[in-house]
Ligand binder design. Structure first.
Ligand SMILES: C[S@@+](CC[C@H](N)C(=O)[O-])C[C@H]1O[C@@H](n2cnc3c(N)ncnc32)[C@H](O)[C@@H]1O
Length: 293
């Protein structure tokens, strides 16, 4: 068994034991929450501070962002985002955690940039987010996936440990630190993460599925999440293409030509590079297809 797998197994065992030990009831108002206590769809565990910073780094959170944490617990991700100057919203079902997170945001001086809703993540509007943060489970993430995939292109989604099934992550980062093994003896564990130490990033892709007119021919694009395939048809010849989307930026290769472009409303504008020579190119949508991802 590889060492990270061993850590994961130990972590899961600890979480399981914590879950048994914790009271099954919601956090009584004013009481300290217990790691592993039951939540509506997922139990409560806080993201380690070190991983919270990694998650926000991975998503590139700045003061321009509006971050929504789904199941915000005691507010660790909302508060960390607000400390970077972002506006941040936490949606949390548990009354006690909701109140605790509001108190904590006030105590650390970020109340003006934070808001909290006591509610259900499955009934909340996420459309204003530029960044979504998650620390749920893979099955809950999969239930959320259609709504996450429908967010505006370029929205970043960053998750503590749990992924989105066939929608593969665009990037990942880890905050694991072997110093974490000394965590019980360290004064501050802020810079150390012991378990649940990997962050995954997805960038909602534009929908490009369909047929596009290009000078002298046509592009036929198919799309599975951020992965693009299809053909460039020119002079009666079809050349297969393979590439990907990162938000509204599409890049693909067909034969010996590399294409990069910015997807706009029914248009793609960009550059091709062939034999080291860059040339502007554009495409106009002629027949859109719904993305079946
Ligand atoms: C693993 S904790 C993560 C807390 C916080 N996001 C963090 O990273 O520290 C999951 C949280 O989701 C909350 N939760 C579970 N199901 C929920 C739902 N349907 N609506 C809102 N919150 C929910 C739980 O009460 C818990 O606080």
């Amino acid at each position: 068994m590889k060492f990270p797998l061993l850590i994961k197994a130990v972590a899961l065992a600890l979480v399981f034991l914590a879950g048994i030990a914790a009271a099954l009831a919601q956090t009584p108002p004013g009481a300290a929450p217990q790691a592993g206590q039951r939540g509506k769809d997922v139990m409560w565990m806080a993201t380690a501070d070190a991983l919270a910073e990694r998650m926000l780094d991975l998503a590139g959170v700045t003061d321009k962002d509006y971050v929504i944490d789904l199941g915000s617990g005691d507010g660790v991700l909302v508060i960390a985002a607000a400390k970077r100057g972002a506006r941040a919203l936490g949606i949390e079902y548990d009354q006690g955690l909701y109140e605790l997170s509001k108190r904590r945001a006030t105590e650390v001086g970020v109340a003006a940039r934070t808001s909290f809703i006591k509610g259900d993540i499955f009934e909340s509007d996420l459309s204003a987010a530029s960044v979504i943060t998650l620390y749920l489970t893979e099955s809950v993430n999969l239930r959320l996936r259609p709504r996450l995939f429908a967010l505006k292109p370029g929205t970043r989604i960053v998750s503590n440990s749990f992924q989105l099934g066939a929608w593969r992550a665009d990037d990942s980062a880890t905050a694991i630190s072997f110093k974490a093994l000394l965590a019980p003896f360290l004064e501050s564990t802020k810079d150390h993460c012991f378990f649940f130490c990997t962050a995954y990033l997805w960038i909602v892709p534009a929908n490009v599925e369909g047929r596009w007119r290009i000078v002298g021919g046509e592009l036929v694009l198919r799309q599975s999440f951020q992965i693009v395939s299809g053909v460039v048809v020119m002079g009666g010849k079809s050349v297969p293409l393979h590439g990907r989307l990162r938000g509204q930026v599409i890049s693909f290769t067909a034969g010996n030509t590399d294409y990069v472009g910015q997807v706009g409303d029914g248009r793609i504008d960009g550059t091709t590079v062939r034999n080291g020579v860059a040339t502007p190119w554009n495409a106009t949508l002629s027949a859109a297809a719904p993305n079946a991802s």
